[in-house]
Design a protein around this ligand. Sequence first.
Ligand code: HEM
Ligand SMILES: *[C@@H]1O[C@H](CO)[C@@H](O)[C@H](O)[C@H]1NC(C)=O
Ligand SMILES: *[C@@H]1O[C@H](CO)[C@@H](O)[C@H](O)[C@H]1NC(C)=O
Ligand SMILES: *[C@@H]1O[C@H](CO)[C@@H](O)[C@H](O)[C@H]1NC(C)=O
Ligand SMILES: *[C@@H]1O[C@H](CO)[C@@H](O)[C@H](O)[C@H]1NC(C)=O
Ligand SMILES: *[C@@H]1O[C@H](CO)[C@@H](O)[C@H](O)[C@H]1NC(C)=O
Length: 376
Amino acid sequence: MFASLAVFTLLALKACTVSAFPAYQSLAGLTREELDAAVASVNFVPPPPPPGPLSDQSAKLVNDAAHPYQPLQPGDQRGPCPALNTLASHGYLPRNGVATPVQLVTAVQEGFNLENSFARFLVYSTFLVNGNPITNLMSIGDKTSATGQDPPKPATVAGLDTHNNCEGDTSMTRADSFFGDNHSFNETRFQNLVKYSQKYGAGKYNYTVAAQLRKFLIEDSIQNNPQFTLVSPRLFTAFAESVFPINFFIDGRDTSGQLDLDVARSFFQNMTFPPDFFRRSGAVSNVGQDVVTNLMPNFKPGYNARGVNTFTVDPTSATLTQPCVRYYNFVNNNIKGLYPNPTGVLKQALNINLQYLYEATVAAGDNCTQVFPYGH
Ligand code: HEM
Ligand SMILES: *[C@@H]1O[C@H](CO)[C@@H](O)[C@H](O)[C@H]1NC(C)=O
Ligand SMILES: *[C@@H]1O[C@H](CO)[C@@H](O)[C@H](O)[C@H]1NC(C)=O
Ligand SMILES: *[C@@H]1O[C@H](CO)[C@@H](O)[C@H](O)[C@H]1NC(C)=O
Ligand SMILES: *[C@@H]1O[C@H](CO)[C@@H](O)[C@H](O)[C@H]1NC(C)=O
Ligand SMILES: *[C@@H]1O[C@H](CO)[C@@H](O)[C@H](O)[C@H]1NC(C)=O
C-alpha cells in the first residue's frame, strides 16, 4: 500500500539532484511538474490513524498553566472557527495555526470534549479539501507556504478560509464571502447575536436564540447577498455551529444551557478561553440542533439563482437528514473535482484520508456504502 523503500530512495535522489539547480529550469529531462512531484514525494509519510474517544471525558480545567494564551506572532494563521483559533492560541494546536488531522482531532477532544466520530468527520472532510495530503498539514486560516509544496491544480490547499466547503454563508460572526472578508470577527454581526440574545434569551445565547438567529441569518442572506448559497456540505456545518457555542463555550461546571455574551466574545473575538475555564463534561456533538431545525421545518438547501430574493431549491444537495448523500456527493464531486487523476503517493495519501473519512461515517452509525473514486 505504501511507497516502497526503493521508490522512496529514488525520489530522494531526484530531489537532491533538483535542489542543486535553479528552481525555474527544467532539468534532467523532467518537467517542472514532475520535479515538483518528486520533491513533494520525499516528504510523504503515510498519515497515521486518528485517535479514538477520550478515556476520561470529565469536565476539567483546560485554561491551565501548561496551556497559556499567547498573542499571535507574525505569520500565525487564524480563521473562521473560533474553537480552533482558541486551541491554537493556547497551544492545544501548534500556535502557528498549521496542524495535522491527528492534532486537530486530539485538540478538539481534549480542549472541548467534541464527540469522536463527529470530530473525525469534520477534520477529514475539511482536510481533504483544504489541507495538503502529502505533507499532512492544514492551515486553520489562510493559504500559507507552511503547508509545503502544493499538489497539482485544480487542488487548492488553501486553508479553512476557503469558501463553500465548511466555511460558507450565514455565519453568526463572520460576513458572507460576497461582502469581502469571510473569516475575521465582524462586530456588526456579533451585535446582531447580542440583539437576538436580548430578545429571545434574556441576554444569554441559548437554543431558543440559536434557532431564531439561524432563521434570521438565512433570510437576511437571501434578501441581501446575490450570491447566497447554503447547500451540502456547508449546510451541515451552518446548523451544527448554531448550537456549538451552547454545547462547548459554556463552562463545564454550569449546566444551565445559557451562554454569557462576554464568554462568547472571548472565544469569537479574542480567541481565548475565559480565565479558569473548564471544558464541558461528557463528549457531545450537535445536541440541540433539532430546536433549530424545528423552527424551519420547510427549509431546503438552495441558493439565490438570479440575484437577491431568488432562492431556488437545489435538489442535488443532501438535506440534513441524508448523511450518506452528503458523503457520496462530497467524495464523488468535491474531492474528485479537486483531484481528478491523482497518481503515486498523492493517490495513496488521498485513499488513506478517504478511508479515515469513511470510518468516521461508520463510527457515527450512518451505514453508508463506501465509495472508491480512485479504485481499491
Ligand atoms: C473538529 C474540527 C473543526 C473544524 C475543522 C472546524 C471548522 C470550522 C470552519 C471552517 C468554520 C467556518 C464556518 C463558517 O463559515 O461559519 C467553523 C465555524 C465555527 N466553529 Fe468550528 N471547526 C471544528 C471544531 C469546532 C468545535 C470543537 C467548536 C466548538 C467548540 C467549533 C465551533 C465553531 C463555531 C461556533 C463556528 C461558527 C462561527 C460563526 O458562525 O461565526 N468548531 N468551524
Ligand atoms: C460585517 O458584516 C456586515 C453585515 O453582514 C457587512 O455589511 C460588513 O461589510 C462586514 N464588515 C466587514 C469589515 O467585513
Ligand atoms: C475568503 O477569504 C479568503 C482570505 O481572505 C480569500 O482568499 C477568499 O477569496 C475569500 N473567499 C471568497 C469566495 O471571497
Ligand atoms: C432561552 O432564554 C429564554 C429567556 O430566559 C427562555 O424563555 C427560554 O426558555 C430559553 N431557552 C432555552 C432552550 O433554554
Ligand atoms: C478581549 O481582549 C481585550 C484586549 O486584550 C480586552 O480588553 C477584553 O477585555 C477582552 N474581552 C473578552 C471578553 O475577553
Ligand atoms: C445498512 O444498509 C444495508 C444496505 O444498504 C441494509 O441492508 C441494512 O439493514 C442497514 N443497516 C442498518 C443498521 O440500518
